[in-house]
Design a protein around this ligand. Structure first.
Ligand SMILES: Cc1cc2nc3c(=O)[nH]c(=O)nc-3n(C[C@H](O)[C@H](O)[C@H](O)COP(=O)(O)OP(=O)(O)OC[C@H]3O[C@@H](n4cnc5c(N)ncnc54)[C@H](O)[C@@H]3O)c2cc1C
Ligand SMILES: NCCCCC(=O)C(=O)O
Length: 346
């Protein structure tokens, strides 16, 4: 048995073609050390990732310190590699989180984000008394951004096969090292009952507002303007697998959004689309090595990003590379290679 190597590069399989799988694949390919293939049951635009709002802002994701670190690394990665490219569908947009009650504590991710500040009074709608602000936040036209990730992955030599994996041993036939980016799919594929769906519904309307604004204190309400449209949200129904939009949720979202952005109370809103996605929620992101088949196979888990997959994607991709490269030398094959060759008796 030898470690899969073609053209002196190590073959790596990624399972999952959402924002996490694609970001991880791009980071691996950019090292020049790996051949990377993605197997995925669903491809964009039919992934959870495509249902996202999407903006940079840590939300429904743990552990707080690592989410802060990975969010900041992701913000820097966007600034260094993505935001300048018009094909990426991303825009720098100030984001405000607002509160009806004084919020003494800064967010746990504050130490990692230098541009964080407290909201000014003029940024608070009537009835709101406190808030956070990040002036260099950014938003993504989700489908445009996902297509950009696919094109970038392929342009770096990555290949994508639409293929469901029912048993991880199918992957082990061809690969020694696999990165698991299956999101909610890990509940079945790896029997991880700690990951569960948090249902999110959003409304897509014509472009309308100049900043992203959100209230998550008692009920979720957000307005996220993007390049081609604006997203109004949202809901967070834990353990709810319903992927169909409901009229009740649409009405509830419009009612809450009118509270944070009075313009929506007055004008009749022209709805372009209503989408539902199941966030891959977990008590904390799972980003670690797991060895199989007596140590001859390695799975790097990178899933459970809840409401922040895009916000932490590049930080987690860089961490997955580090974790994987720490794991590979412990594969049985490598260990045998390192053993001193027995001296010939003759
Ligand atoms: C309404 C809504 C709004 C959101 N807004 C934001 C936001 O503004 N900012 C933000 O950062 N995050 C946001 N999120 C969260 C974000 O969408 C998720 O955290 C992110 O999409 C998770 O990415 P993923 O790649 O892990 O999962 P997914 O996109 O679900 O990708 C998982 C992939 O694995 C594949 N797969 C699963 N099981 C198998 C299997 N057995 N075999 C083969 N393939 C398999 C699937 O087909 C899929 O391609 C939002 C989510 C929702 C629902
Ligand atoms: N606090 C961020 C709100 C943006 C939407 C989002 O992340 C979600 O609905 O999961």
């Amino acid at each position: 048995m030898s470690l899969n190597k073609v053209n002196s590069k190590t073959d790596i399989l990624i399972i999952g073609c959402g924002c996490i799988g694609l970001s991880t694949g791009i980071v691996l390919l950019k090292t020049g050390k790996y051949n990377v293939q993605i197997w995925s049951r669903d491809l964009p635009p039919n992934t959870t990732s495509n249902k996202a709002a999407a903006l940079w802002y840590p939300f429904l994701c743990n552990p707080p310190d690592l989410v802060g670190k990975w969010s900041a690394e992701t913000m820097q990665y966007f600034k260094d590699h993505i935001i300048g490219d018009p094909k990426s569908g991303t825009l720098i947009k100030k984001v405000n989180e607002i509160f009806r009650r004084e919020h003494k504590e800064d967010p746990e991710w504050r130490p990692y984000v230098q541009s964080f500040r407290r909201a000014r009074k003029d940024e608070l709608p009537e009835g709101y008394v406190d808030g956070f602000a990040v002036d260099d936040g950014f938003v993504m036209d989700t489908d445009m951004y996902m297509d950009y990730l696919v094109q970038t992955f392929k342009s770096l030599g990555g290949s994508i096969e639409q293929r469901e994996v029912e048993d991880i041993r199918e992957a082990f036939v061809h690969y020694d090292t696999v990165i698991n980016c299956t999101g909610l799919g890990s509940r079945e594929l790896f029997k991880d009952k700690l990951i569960y769906p948090s249902r999110g519904q959003i409304i897509v309307i014509k472009n309308s507002s100049e900043r992203s604004i959100m209230d998550e204190e008692d009920h979720i309400a957000y307005v996220i303007p993007r390049i081609s449209n604006t997203v109004l949200g949202g809901t967070n129904q834990e353990h709810d697998y319903n992927t169909e939009p409901t009229k009740q949720d649409t009405e509830e979202i419009l009612k809450r959004v009118a509270m944070i952005s009075p313009r929506f109370a007055k004008n009749r809103i022209e709805i372009q689309d209503v989408k539902v996605g199941l966030r891959p929620s977990r008590h904390e992101i799972r980003l670690e090595n797991e060895f199989f088949e007596g140590g001859s196979k390695l799975v790097v888990h990178n899933y459970g990003h809840g409401g922040s997959g895009f916000t932490v994607s590049w930080g987690c991709a860089l961490e997955a590379l580090r974790v994987m490269e720490a794991g590979i030398p412990n594969l049985l094959f490598y260990k045998k290679q390192q053993q001193p060759k027995p001296q010939s008796k003759l």
